[in-house]
Ligand binder design. Structure first.
Ligand SMILES: NC(=O)C1=CN([C@@H]2O[C@H](COP(=O)(O)OP(=O)(O)OC[C@H]3O[C@@H](n4cnc5c(N)ncnc54)[C@H](OP(=O)(O)O)[C@@H]3O)[C@@H](O)[C@H]2O)C=CC1
Ligand SMILES: CC(=O)[C@H](N)C(=O)O
Length: 262
């Protein structure tokens, strides 16, 4: 009998991360769940263990505190049972760029990009060595849309997509699956935490539907999964246009429109 890999999930105390934890427990995976709120993690661990007979270990950590990252990195690097990383913890901030404090900007970038990247970097060599495993990074459709007015949040999520595509190119030949999941508005606490009333939003997906759809993409080994996108060809066209740029942008001379007029 093959043993299922342990799933390491950040931001598992609520919302999308807690739902991933429930879904993977249902599939029979042991879990390591990470967030700041230990009492919520403990309650989830007890429930999932009772309902699904899996082992659930709780790791309390503040991922914005880079001093807390080495312990998590060491665990990902050294624990051969961990075969799937769900890089989910994230935060959003509402409000204009002009109104953001330096501390708030740093916190958001550290959580959404630095911690995510460092955790992926910690597990990737071991997965590549074993030729198996998966890294799932939770981005957002906001990463496509500066028009949504969440410039820093969107920029962090554009980073997540770029990083995931790059890692997929590097790691998939070595047997490691990398998935970027890009949800749109989903009913979780992130909205309240960002000072936005989710009930004022026009279209909101329920979190169970979002995670189940993301797992369909996971099982198909899709590199990029966008659950709310009904017309899949739109993504193919966007990514195709990006790839078509590549031959055009490698040029030794500036385009004619930038040549100095003498
Ligand atoms: N809901 C939505 O509309 C969308 C969400 N996303 C993304 O989904 C991901 C999950 O968010 P979602 O479930 O919606 O939101 P929630 O606010 O419900 O969950 C966020 C999770 O991250 C954890 N977290 C927050 N800050 C830290 C920190 N400093 N250190 C460790 N853990 C932390 C929280 O736990 P704790 O407070 O206990 O630390 C919580 O478990 C995020 O990356 C978000 O950007 C993407 C698109 C849409
Ligand atoms: C607060 C948000 O913008 C949300 N998390 C999203 O990514 O759509």
């Amino acid at each position: 009998m093959t043993t299922l890999p342990t799933v390491f999930i950040t931001g598992a105390s609520s919302g999308i991360g807690a739902t991933y934890a429930e879904r993977f427990a249902r599939r029979g995976h042991n879990l390591i769940i990470v967030a700041r709120d230990k009492s919520r993690l403990d309650a989830l661990a007890l429930r999932l263990h009772a309902e699904h007979q899996v082992s659930v270990e709780v790791l309390q950590a503040d991922l914005t505190n880079t001093a807390e990252l080495p312990a998590l990195e060491a665990r990902l690097r050294d624990d051969a049972d961990i075969g799937i990383l769900i890089n989910n913890a994230g935060m959003a901030q509402s409000g204009d760029f002009l109104a953001q404090s330096a501390e708030a900007i740093e916190r958001q970038i550290t959580l959404n990009t630095t911690a995510l990247t460092r955790l992926a970097a910690a597990i990737a060599p071991r997965l590549a060595q074993s030729g198996t495993g998966a890294i799932v990074n939770i981005g957002s459709v906001v990463g496509f849309a500066p028009e949504f007015g969440m410039s820093i949040y969107g920029a962090t999520k554009a980073f997540v997509l770029f990083l995931s595509q790059g890692l997929s190119l590097e790691l998939s030949p070595k047997g490691v699956y990398v998935q970027a999941v890009l949800p749109a508005a989903t009913r979780t606490e992130i909205w309240q935490r960002a000072g936005i009333d989710v009930n004022t939003l026009p279209e909101v997906m329920e979190v169970g539907e979002l995670v189940d759809a993301a797992l369909v993409g996971f099982d198909r080994r899709e590199p990029v999964t966008i659950p709310p996108l009904h017309v899949a060809e739109r993504w193919d066209a966007l990514d195709g246009a990006r790839q078509a740029l590549m031959s055009d942008i490698r040029q030794a001379h500036a385009a004619e429109r930038y040549q100095q007029q003498h």
